[in-house]
Design a protein around this ligand. Structure first.
Ligand SMILES: C=Cc1c(C(=O)O)[nH]c(=O)[nH]c1=O
Length: 312
């Protein structure tokens, strides 16, 4: 069996990679992923300038996942653009993901102009779903703003682009976001980002778990898998087949990867569990998925991708 996958005409040896934000902020982090069994890496979402992010404690691990309100700490676009271009020169056949998360449309446009004019030929993951920048709403929940943003981007941007979406919880919202996305030549959609603005408290201290935003933060990990699968499936049923789906949310095992692919994902990203386990995760999940596929007689992920059964 093989775990290879193809998105936008680019082939990846393994359909698993990290999720933006987890162990991918420094060039050491990214080099560690390069030297692992992961099929690709995605960089921490970049803003035009370096950001320190929110005050700590800003992330807390929990039995069923984690809560974070990092506040977009990152080393700035130049740092990540330099890294991915250098990597591209060393490994021209590898495709990777550069994540950007401007806190304004102007910032996103200026970063994409810089990338368009650069030597970078890889994927860009435009993060429309950061829940933790105080005072800034998630673009992904404003369908008109998503439309405006993509309209202005595709006036000039010609390289492979995807968007990172927040979770939606209403079937009409799946219809509405898919209607907007299907208007544009997107290469992929990554879904889901953390479930935003949850609240975790400690009954002993009677205090919230993290400092920023009065304790409100994004939830990741096992508890978000049902929502993640619903968003992968909901969009797989509505998006043009030319737009690949990158599934993320609640993946801890090869079986969880199998479920995301069954719902339609061509690639999967792992965040919370990758944060705990490090790059050995990719070896473990690859073996677990391989065993499941062998047991079921599947030779490639295309044998079962998107073939989830319903009762009717
Ligand atoms: C890019 C900011 C994000 C952050 C963050 O930096 O706070 N946390 C998330 O769970 N998702 C994000 O998209």
């Amino acid at each position: 069996t093989t775990l290879t996958t193809t998105i936008g005409g680019r082939t990846f040896e393994n359909c698993m990679m990290n999720a933006a934000g987890v162990r991918c902020q420094s060039d050491e982090d990214l080099t560690t992923i390069i030297n692992s069994n992961a099929g690709a890496y995605v960089t921490k979402s970049a803003t035009p300038q370096q950001r320190a992010g929110n005050p700590s404690p800003r992330m807390k691990t929990l039995p069923k996942g984690c809560i974070n309100s990092m506040g977009l700490p990152n080393n700035g676009l130049d740092y990540y653009l330099n890294f991915v271009i250098a990597d591209q020169q060393q490994r021209p056949d590898a495709t990777n993901f550069l994540s950007i998360a401007g806190t304004s449309l102007a910032d996103n446009l200026s970063m994409l102009h810089q990338i368009q004019d650069s030597a970078y030929e890889g994927f860009v993951e435009l993060n429309l779903s950061c829940p933790n920048v105080p005072g800034h709403p998630q673009t992904g929940y404003d369908f008109e703003q998503v439309d405006t943003t993509l309209n202005q981007i595709f006036d000039f941007y010609t390289k492979p682009l995807g968007v990172k979406l927040p979770p939606y919880f209403d079937l009409v919202h799946f219809d509405q976001i898919a209607e907007v996305l299907n208007k544009y030549p997107l290469t992929f959609v990554t879904t889901i980002n953390s479930i935003g603005n949850a609240l975790v408290i400690d009954p002993q201290t009677e205090r919230v778990a993290i400092k920023p935003k009065g304790g409100f933060g994004g939830i990741g990990g096992a508890s978000v898998k049902p929502t993640a699968l619903a968003n992968v499936r909901g969009l797989a049923l509505r998006l043009n087949p030319s737009i690949a789906i990158v599934g993320v949310g609640g993946i801890l095992s090869g079986e969880d990867v199998f479920e995301h692919i069954l719902c339609g994902a061509s690639m999967v990203q792992i965040g919370t569990q990758f944060g705990y386990e490090g790059v050995n995760l990719f070896d473990r999940l690859s073996k677990e998925l391989d065993d499941i596929m062998a047991l079921k007689g599947y030779h490639s992920i295309e044998d079962f991708r998107g073939k989830l059964k319903t009762f009717d």
